[in-house]
Design a protein around this ligand. Structure first.
Ligand SMILES: C[S@@+](CC[C@H](N)C(=O)[O-])C[C@H]1O[C@@H](n2cnc3c(N)ncnc32)[C@H](O)[C@@H]1O
Length: 415
């Protein structure tokens, strides 16, 4: 630009405008053979593009911007006293030719690993989770994470994005969040906790809501979620199974993944879950329970009532579960506390939020081993197994008790 604010090289300005236009209107911003991808209702309209350009321009003032091969940047002498490099190379297994103008070949991945092995600077690197990368970086710290992404037009049957298993690789260990926190409770440089994490946010396109179980349940893990959460967050998976569901404290606290399967041997419990999962029957159940009163007399009446339809089974099950001591459904005893228990006026909202979470979830009433042994639907299956405790007062707590033989059989399953 000259001192009059006029571009000397009109051709250059035209090229910049052309590239920016293509980037904002092409599918996924893909610049190699760009295809039309602007969606009038979702994409940023042209009259708002300046909202992105102006603040970015400000951020870029004084920044060194080069057009070099990565090796030159990583190996350049330091200007500051402590250098941190973020490296986001094309994926090892990406369809390079179709996505990037400059494909990154296997020899480039090997060149990158050699440069990083020798760098005196700290770096963090993101890659696709494939065996080759584990091999190349076995000398570094490797943390698996999961993201959703769309590099191409592929969508699964629900119109959801693909789940990508990714690695964050560093040459320094991630800090533990705090000394009191348990095993595996990492934070990425302290600012990526479960709530703020961009990784977790990606789940918003699935059913990421954390809701409370609609049931009270003996042996519920509701109070232990903060200790259990790190175990599911650190293992990237696209299929989740919970064969001993009970009140499902973990299922309801965990973001849904692509395939979700919940199961319990208790037929009445599962009928109730299915009634809650279906929007029509859920509405009817909410209508029924919302009119209820929690009294000892009504509790006795309900216990004696013989339901005929699945909706009635669910109605009875839900009422007794909410008003009986500890949610114990075997010979339920009155256990509602007017000041402490959730009142009938709040039962409906509990059912509604649980129902939304159950959308598209496979719900069965099988013996646990059928669930554990079934063939996978996703690429990586993760299971939360919460059988009745070995020393639990089973005869009292559950309708179906789990014997010592059952415990031994669980260990012997060939996983
Ligand atoms: C400890 S509870 C699960 C509690 C649950 N994690 C929660 O947070 O509410 C165990 C569950 O296992 C179920 N169960 C017992 N034997 C089973 C079997 N053979 N197969 C499947 N489920 C079984 C019981 O009905 C009970 O609901």
């Amino acid at each position: 630009m000259n001192k009059w604010g006029v571009w000397r090289d009109e051709g250059f300005l035209r090229r910049v405008m052309q590239q920016s236009h293509l980037n904002r209107t092409s599918f996924s911003g893909k610049m190699k053979s760009p295809s039309w991808g602007y969606r009038p209702k979702r994409s940023l309209p042209p009259d708002r593009w300046k909202e992105r350009i102006i603040p970015c321009g400000k951020e870029l003032e004084g920044i060194k911007i080069t057009n070099l091969d990565f090796e030159e940047v990583i190996t350049a002498p330091p200007e500051g006293s402590q250098v941190l490099i973020y490296i986001d190379p094309p994926y090892f297994r990406a369809k390079q030719e179709s996505h990037y103008v400059h494909p990154f070949k296997e020899k480039d991945h090997v060149r990158l690993v050699k440069v990083l092995r020798n760098t005196p600077y700290k770096f963090f690197l993101t890659y696709d989770d494939v065996p080759e990368i584990h091999d190349l970086y076995e000398w570094a710290y490797i943390y698996p994470v999961q993201f959703f992404y769309r590099l191409d037009n592929s969508q699964n049957s629900n119109g959801l994005r693909q789940l990508g298993f990714e690695l964050v690789i560093t040459n320094y260990p991630l800090e533990k969040k705090s000394k009191q926190k348990k095993l595996y409770d990492y934070s990425l440089n302290g600012d990526v906790g479960p709530q703020s994490s961009p990784i977790t946010k990606q789940y918003s396109i699935m059913n990421s809501k954390i809701v409370k179980s609609p049931f009270r349940f003996p042996g519920s893990k509701a109070q232990a979620i903060k200790y259990i959460r790190p175990f599911w967050e650190l293992y990237a998976h696209d299929e989740f199974r919970e064969p001993f569901l009970g009140g499902g404290a973990v299922f309801f606290a965990k973001p849904n993944v692509r395939y979700n399967w919940i199961n319990d041997i208790s037929n009445e419990l599962i009928i109730t879950y299915k009634i809650i999962a279906n929007p029509n029957t859920r509405k009817q159940l909410i209508k029924l329970v919302s009119k209820e009163i929690a009294t000892k007399e009504r509790h006795i009446e309900m216990k004696e009532w013989e339901p005929k339809t699945d909706l009635e089974v669910a109605y009875k099950y839900f009422y007794l579960n909410r008003t009986s001591y500890s949610g114990i459904m075997k010979k339920p005893a009155w256990g509602y506390h007017p000041k402490k228990s959730v009142p009938p006026s709040r039962w409906g909202p509990r059912i509604e939020s649980a129902g939304l979470k159950l959308n598209d979830v496979k719900i069965t009433s099988l013996d646990y081993h059928e669930v554990i042994e079934a063939s996978p639907q996703g690429e990586r299956v993760f299971m939360f197994i919460d059988p009745p405790y070995y020393e639990a007062d089973q005869k009292r707590a559950y309708e179906y008790s789990f014997t010592v033989d059952d415990h031994i059989e669980t260990i012997q399953l060939d996983l």
